[in-house]
Design a protein around this ligand. Sequence first.
Ligand code: HEM
Length: 500
Amino acid sequence: MLITNSIAADLVVLAVTLVAVLATWHLWALYYWQRKGVPTPPTYPLLGTFKDFIVGDKSLGQVVQEAYLDYKKQGKRYFGVSFAGQPQFVPVDLALIKAVYVADFPHFHSHGTYSDAANDPLSVHIFNVDGPKWRDVRSKLSPTFTSGKMKTMHETLLKCSEGLTGALERLDDPIEIKEIMARFTTDVIGSCAFGLDINSLENPDAEFRRFGAKIFEKSFRNIANFFLGIAVPHSILSFCGYSVTRRDVQRFFYGSLASTVAYRETNAVVRKDFLDFLVRLKNHEDAQERMSMDEIAAQCFMFFVAGFETSATTMNFACFELARHQDVQDKARTEIRRVLEKHDGKLTYDAVMEMTYLDMIIQESLRKYPPLPINIRKCTKTFKVPGESLEIKEGTFVMIPVWGIHYDPEYYPDPEVFDPERFSDENKRSRPAFSHLPFGEGPRICIGMRFGMHQTKIGLITLLNNYRIKLNSKTITPLKYDKILFTSNIGGIWLDLEKV
Ligand code: HEM
């Protein structure tokens, strides 16, 4: 009895000590910036500086925007936040943003995200790797995304747009546009990266669409993934066998890819898509250039994850603005028809490239609604902030306040107003560099930017050339943003389509 009591007492002491250590560590990290004299928004235990995002009703983008505009007004070059239990440095001054993205890239080349080859091979992709490994993968993959490669994949995109046309004809008003466009981009990327005809536009229950939706659903698991990746040392996550990708998602995507690769290799199938290029890398005669099956599976998975939701989000908000601005919509349709006529009614790659007003509409939508409201980097080598005594220590996260910069009236007067003219050549030239960051910047800029823009354009052309879109009253306005990490609006955008 005496021994049992003594074990229980030891356990209580251990538990109290553990809680005390964790609490001390948490408070130390929480007030990190205050100790360094860096301006910091109101900070709360456990919630950090993101109370309104975590327990309030603001989106991540809105919270970052408010803090950014506040410190900008005060003439600050930067501020500090506490996010996911970690101190994060937030540059306001575009010169500092340039330093992080480009000039001092060797200090900030890491996304700081977690991957684990043993437990989760699909996580070891270009976005999650750093240093020489990242450089190697990036240089191997870059040729896949040239405009030449884009041109060869154009036909595949057009084929998927036929599916979109069919779906738009079949569906009754009102339609929830993001779901339709997510099915379109799932079909496009499923075809280009996995070599499969998914046809989720015809079959909304297609497994690819179901698993794709799981990756972005608002689940405890997905939110935990993001926070744990930042808050917990990666060695501990790896020791615990933690995998970012759910097992069923891993099995599904890896299995689909492995069977397509085997089929292509056995039957010497050549298709003009990403996968073709990756299969060549798998079988490259030069061992330095070669990629393993695990490596190519991880890249294809990343192309899918990074490519379908971001472009669907872009089309979702572009449609919202086009439905509210019929004059802009008319102008876009006039351009689409004029260019198509010039190209004998054919939507060629060059025809898409000629639609410059459409490009401006998309750039302005990406300004107002960047799919990623922040961009995260991790400092890998201590960095002295130019002109200040402050040092950003190795291991510190840096948060680029994309949503804040995009609503800065210094760069975008009346930032709430949707105005594609902001992206005319002349207006673009008049703005400083690094003031439009939907795709990030520098050597780690989105590798699929061209592809994302192209599929977004094809989706919008298919819609606008055939229909006038109008906002249905089912849409909650003013928009209410979801409290998730990516930009999304509650209740969706509902459109009525009128054949033109
Ligand atoms: C409108 C569509 C898209 C948006 C807004 C977008 C946005 C972004 C952003 C903000 C980053 C981080 C950049 C940085 O850290 O500086 C990124 C990275 C990346 N994106 Fe995209 N993206 C889009 C479409 C695509 C598509 C279609 C693909 C592939 C088919 C893709 C593949 C990637 C990859 C692989 C990376 C990681 C690059 C690296 O770490 O080197 N993205 N994207």
